[in-house]
Design a binder for this molecule. Structure first.
Ligand SMILES: [Zn+2]
Length: 315
C-alpha cells in the first residue's frame, strides 16, 4: 500500500455500454469491458488506485458526417443551410450533455474528477461559455481535447479561444498526442496529433498548463514505424517547452519498450510526468504494476503517481 493516494490521470468512462463498445470498435485493443462508470469503479476497486480523472470525449466530426449523409439530395441551398444549422445545434447540445454527464458522475463518485471536452464546430463564444460554466459551476478540473476523434489540428486558429480562456482561468488541457487509428479505416494513421503540431500552441500560450497524453507518442503497437520518430519529436518538444507535462497512459505496462519509457521520464523529469492508464483500453492495476517495475526512485514515483496530478488538477 502507498502512503499517498494514487491518481489515474487518464481514464475514460461512457454513459452506456454501447457507447463504450462503439468507441473501442475502431481500435486494435478491444478489452472485455465497455468502460461504463460501474466498470471504472470496479477497476479502481481491484487496484491500489484511489482516484481518477475522466478524460471523456465525443466523436462530433463523425456524428456530423452521419447526420449530413442522411439529408435529402434534393434540398435547395438555403434548405440545406438550415438543415446543417439544425444538425450543428443538435450536436452542440449532445456535447453539452456529455460534459454535464461527466460532471454529474464526478458529483456522485467523489474519487472521480471531471474534464470537459470541446470541439471546433463550436463558436468562440460557445467555447468560452462552456469552459466558464463547467469550471466555475460544475467543478470540472480540466479540458480534454482529442484531435483525431475531432479531426482537427491542435494548432488550428479555431481553437485559440479555448486556449485563451483556459490560460486565463488557469485550467489545464489534456491532449491526446501521438498515433491514433483512423476511425474510418483502422489501416490508416491520422496525423492530427503528431507531436510537432503542439509546438505553436506551446509557444503561443507559455502559461497554459498542458498535459500531452501517452508521452506525446501514442500506443506503440498500433503504428510501430511511427514510434521512434514520434518519440524523438516528443522529447524535442519537451526540451524546448519546460512547461509541458506528459502522461504515461498506454505506455506504462503496455507495448512500449519499458526501458525507453524510463529513459524518457528521466530526460523530461519525473516532476513533469503523470500516471494514467487509458482505461478501458488498459487496466489501472496493470499500468500501476508496470510503473512500480520501471525502476524509479520512491521520490519519482510519488511525483508521478500522486503529487503532479494533485497539483495539476487541484485534487
Ligand atoms: Zn485516452
Amino acid at each position: 500500500m502507498q502512503e499517498y493516494p494514487v491518481i489515474d490521470a487518464h481514464l475514460h468512462t461512457f454513459h452506456t455500454p454501447e457507447a463504450g463498445r462503439q468507441a473501442m470498435s475502431n481500435t486494435p485493443s478491444k478489452p472485455d469491458i465497455s468502460g461504463t462508470i460501474e466498470d471504472a469503479v470496479a477497476a479502481l476497486k481491484a487496484s491500489d488506485v484511489a482516484g481518477a480523472l475522466m478524460v471523456n470525449t465525443i466523436p462530433l466530426a463523425y456524428m456530423w458526417d452521419a447526420a449530413v449523409a442522411k439529408l435529402s439530395p434534393n434540398l435547395t441551398p438555403s434548405q440545406r443551410e438550415d438543415a446543417e444549422h439544425e444538425i450543428q445545434h443538435r450536436l452542440l447540445a449532445r456535447l453539452e450533455r456529455r460534459n454535464q454527464w461527466t460532471c454529474a458522475m464526478a458529483q456522485e463518485h467523489p474519487n472521480f474528477y471531471a474534464t470537459i471536452t470541446l470541439d471546433p464546430i463550436m463558436s468562440p463564444d460557445a467555447m468560452r461559455q462552456e469552459i466558464r460554466d463547467k469550471v466555475t459551476s460544475h467543478d470540472a478540473r480540466a479540458i480534454k481535447l482529442h484531435p483525431p476523434i475531432g479531426r482537427f489540428f491542435p494548432n488550428h486558429q479555431s481553437l485559440w479561444p479555448i486556449y485563451e480562456t483556459a490560460q486565463t482561468l488557469d485550467v489545464p488541457i489534456v491532449f491526446h498526442v501521438g498515433a491514433h487509428p483512423h476511425p474510418d479505416n483502422p489501416e490508416l494513421p491520422v496525423e492530427y496529433s503528431k507531436p510537432e503540431h503542439f509546438e505553436d500552441v506551446a509557444t503561443a500560450f507559455p502559461k497554459l498548463r498542458l498535459v500531452l497524453a501517452h508521452m506525446g507518442v501514442g500506443p506503440a503497437e498500433w503504428y510501430p514505424h511511427l514510434f521512434q520518430p514520434y518519440y524523438n519529436a516528443a522529447l524535442a518538444l519537451a526540451r524546448r517547452h519546460p512547461h509541458l507535462c506528459f502522461d504515461v497512459s498506454a505506455a506504462v505496462g503496455a507495448e512500449w519498450p519499458q526501458d525507453k519509457l524510463l529513459a524518457m521520464i528521466r530526460k523530461i523529469g519525473a516532476e513533469r510526468v503523470l500516471f494514467g492508464s487509458d482505461f478501458p483500453w488498459w487496466d489501472p492495476r496493470i499500468a500501476q504494476r508496470g510503473l512500480e517495475q520501471l525502476g524509479l526512485s520512491a521520490e519519482e514515483k510519488r511525483f508521478i503517481l500522486y503529487e503532479n496530478a494533485q497539483r495539476m488538477f487541484e485534487l
